[in-house]
Design a protein around this ligand. Structure first.
Ligand SMILES: C[S@@+](CC[C@H](N)C(=O)[O-])C[C@H]1O[C@@H](n2cnc3c(N)ncnc32)[C@H](O)[C@@H]1O
Length: 272
């Protein structure tokens, strides 16, 4: 993953872009989530999160809950919990069963110490001031509570970056083209323990490495296309690059039988 430039950093955290384009609905998020269906080993991420909450009672808030994957699982596994989903984007909340509310991770509409657990799954890299959001998570969680966050390592899905740059280079006629916007670079699994450690005495990292293997270009093309909200950040015609990537994938799969992507996600379990 390349270091984000100031322009990329601004685009990854831009409120209007997040709410009106990237997460206006769950179309692009769902395409990114779907890639993990082809991962080996398969991790039951919502189940792993539910496990971490086994000692938690009362209220649980999912900050940046997106399309409600984690809320849905907790609703099934833990009917005893009072769940609340919060997200910056009203559009993505539309299909999530309540209670849900529009809220910013940097200003949570919750009383101090009022929840037993807070989730911040794959979302802190979108927050303009990450330390401020970490302070808010710490503030709302009870003294004996838990915060579960998630993100990916800097080298996560490096093959997709490589594919993008090859496709972009072909479109531009320049050999290797410019890198994609690095969505997760502001809060990687490498950086996360120090950032969370500012508020939490114990931060445990659970690594979830795996390999996605596809024999059809569809899921990878859909993943690349899911960056369309940032199309203007790519210094290359976006649709043409996605289509060129499809052709490269078709050739690769015809030649080698499959296309593989190394995934390096993880969860962070934070206690005081
Ligand atoms: C990559 S999605 C992750 C969704 C969900 N947590 C998951 O893991 O499936 C990031 C989500 O964070 C939300 N988000 C971005 N910035 C936010 C902020 N400052 N406060 C609250 N939510 C935010 C987005 O609208 C989006 O739904």
């Amino acid at each position: 993953m390349t270091e984000p430039s100031a322009a990329h950093e601004a685009a990854v955290t831009d409120r209007a872009r997040l709410t009106q384009s990237a997460y206006r609905s769950d179309r692009d998020l769902a395409a990114r989530q779907a890639l993990y269906r082809w991962q080996t080993p398969r991790y039951d991420l919502p189940g792993l999160v539910a496990e971490q909450l086994s000692g938690v009672r009362g209220r649980v808030v999912d900050v940046g809950c997106g399309n409600g994957t984690f809320l849905q699982r907790l609703r099934e596994d833990r009917p005893d919990l009072a769940l609340l989903g919060l997200d910056l984007s009203p559009g993505i909340l539309a299909g999530v069963p309540g209670p849900v509310a529009v809220a910013d991770a940097m200003r949570l509409p919750l009383a101090t110490g009022s929840v037993g657990a807070a989730l911040a799954m794959h979302m802190l890299y979108h927050v303009p001031e990450i330390p401020r959001a970490v302070r808010e998570l710490s503030r709302v969680v009870a003294r004996d509570g838990v915060v579960v966050a998630s993100t990916t390592r800097a080298r996560d899905k490096a093959e997709l970056e490589d594919l993008w740059q090859r496709a972009a280079g072909d479109v531009l006629g320049t050999g290797r083209g410019p890198a994609r916007i690095p969505l997760g670079a502001r809060f990687t699994l490498e950086q996360a323990p120090a950032l969370l450690g500012e508020e939490f005495g114990r931060v445990e990292t659970i690594e979830l490495p795996g390999t996605v293997t596809v024999r059809d270009p569809g899921p990878v093309v859909a993943h690349l296309a899911s960056y369309r909200a940032w199309a203007d950040q790519h210094d290359v015609p976006f649709e043409a690059t996605v289509e060129r990537a499809r052709t490269i994938l078709v050739d690769h799969i015809a030649r080698y039988g499959a296309f593989e992507v190394g995934c390096m996600a993880g969860i962070l379990v934070c206690r005081r």
